[in-house]
Ligand binder design. Structure first.
Ligand SMILES: O=P(O)(O)OC[C@H]1O[C@H](OP(=O)(O)OP(=O)(O)O)[C@H](O)[C@@H]1O
Ligand SMILES: Nc1ncnc2[nH]cnc12
Length: 191
């Protein structure tokens, strides 16, 4: 018995850019349409164009994202908004000093990962307002770890910006800026 994909890909349009996202099984029962902006400059730029316009309505001093796939989005947003961006790292290095840490379990990775907020970035964010940036928000686990770090760092979340929400639409306390929604794909059992 084998579980088969219901289709090969899912179409996504951001501004004038269209992509067919390949489906990938994350468990025997479930597949996701994989958005990988690493190396896709055109899609990343289109997303940053759209999100940066929506960010105009918010007051914040920095963008905060989690390593790795959303780093180019944070960079592209930083260029447009003229705000610095902070990357929550997934591996601790000694140069990060007295870092804060939080655990996360994303739908794609399926095992716990740790996010670290570098000591120098803790100083930048303490008592300030930030925008959390991610490429996809799915289970919300990565977002929750980012949120926990912001609470510990005493930063206020002005808004959350993402290219795509996925699965159940998140209910957040902060304004959610998102450009598209990705469905989840239950796998069909085939004999
Ligand atoms: O809402 P969630 O279920 O937490 O999923 C969202 C997260 O999953 C992906 O990261 P991933 O863990 O695949 O890490 P990567 O960017 O380092 O590949 C994506 O870039 C988000 O950060
Ligand atoms: N559909 C998706 N593509 C890439 N990363 C993800 N993280 C969670 N859902 C994802």
């Amino acid at each position: 018995m084998q579980n088969s994909l219901p289709q090969e890909s899912h179409s996504l349009r951001i501004g004038a850019v269209q992509r067919d996202l390949p489906l990938f099984a994350v468990s025997p029962e479930l597949a996701i349409a994989v958005l990988n902006i690493l190396g896709d400059t055109e899609l990343c730029e289109a997303a940053a164009d759209a999100l940066s316009k929506e960010l105009d309505a918010h007051e914040y001093v920095a963008l905060v994202t989690a390593e790795a796939k959303s780093i180019p989005l944070a960079y592209a947003l930083s260029l447009r908004t003229q705000k610095p961006y902070v990357v929550l790292r997934k591996t601790y290095k000694s140069y990060m000093g007295d870092a804060l840490q939080a655990s996360t379990l994303s739908i794609t990775t399926g095992k716990p990962q740790t996010l670290y907020l570098d000591a120098k970035d803790r100083k930048l964010l303490a008592g300030r307002s930030v925008v959390l940036v991610d490429d996809v928000i799915s289970t919300g686990s990565t977002l929750e770890a980012m949120r926990a770090l912001m609470v510990e760092a005493r930063a206020r979340i002005a808004a959350v910006a993402t290219i795509c929400t996925e699965g159940e639409r998140p209910q957040l306390a902060e304004p959610l800026l998102s450009l598209a929604h990705l469905p989840l794909f239950p796998l069909q059992t085939a004999s």
